[in-house]
Write a protein that binds this ligand. Sequence first.
Ligand SMILES: Nc1nc2c(ncn2[C@@H]2O[C@H](COP(=O)(O)OP(=O)(O)O)[C@@H](O)[C@H]2O)c(=O)[nH]1
Ligand SMILES: [Mg+2]
Length: 180
Amino acid sequence: MSAHENYNKLVFAGPVGAGKSTAIAAISETPPVSTEETLSSGAMGDKTTTTVALDYSFLNLEGSIIHIYGMPGQARLGFMRNIVLEGALGVVLLLNGESEEVYNDASYWLRSIREISPQLNVVIGITKTENNPDLSLNELRGSISQIDPKAPILSVDAREEDDMKQLLKILLALHMAQAV
Ligand SMILES: Nc1nc2c(ncn2[C@@H]2O[C@H](COP(=O)(O)OP(=O)(O)O)[C@@H](O)[C@H]2O)c(=O)[nH]1
Ligand SMILES: [Mg+2]
């Protein structure tokens, strides 16, 4: 029996500004532990802080305690990704749907996760889509089809608890399907 048998760990990944810290705050029952620093070269829009180390929180999802970690988005903290992914049951990849880089980000982040953990379940949530009417989820599916054609892609709002819990439930369902 593994010591981690009942340790349900899920990770939020994605670039700076995708909504990882927002998502973790939205689903947390207690205020999340988070390490933020002021962005050195001025604010990105209205965003003046960014996660340096990681966000952590937990929630009770349908009777199970789920531990949630946010992965640092910055390239310079890329060395931390495999540490944060250690023991995770799955990853919610959040991407900023407002960004011109969203298609590149999708393949870049998926590839990065797959390099560390080839079998890990990933569900993709695209945030801020209301600000980008031209965004095509089908085009996004196309951009990741070589890497992970089965990863579900949903348009979500990271501020909405229900949206974020839906992503977690999809991940847990994928995990259960794998486990049997
Ligand atoms: N419109 C919109 N804004 C969002 C959404 N998710 C996050 N934000 C905003 O985007 C900014 C960056 O979010 P944050 O959680 O700090 O991103 P992180 O760098 O991935 O942790 C914050 O000002 C959030 O309020 C979303 O789904 N829709
Ligand atoms: Mg953050």
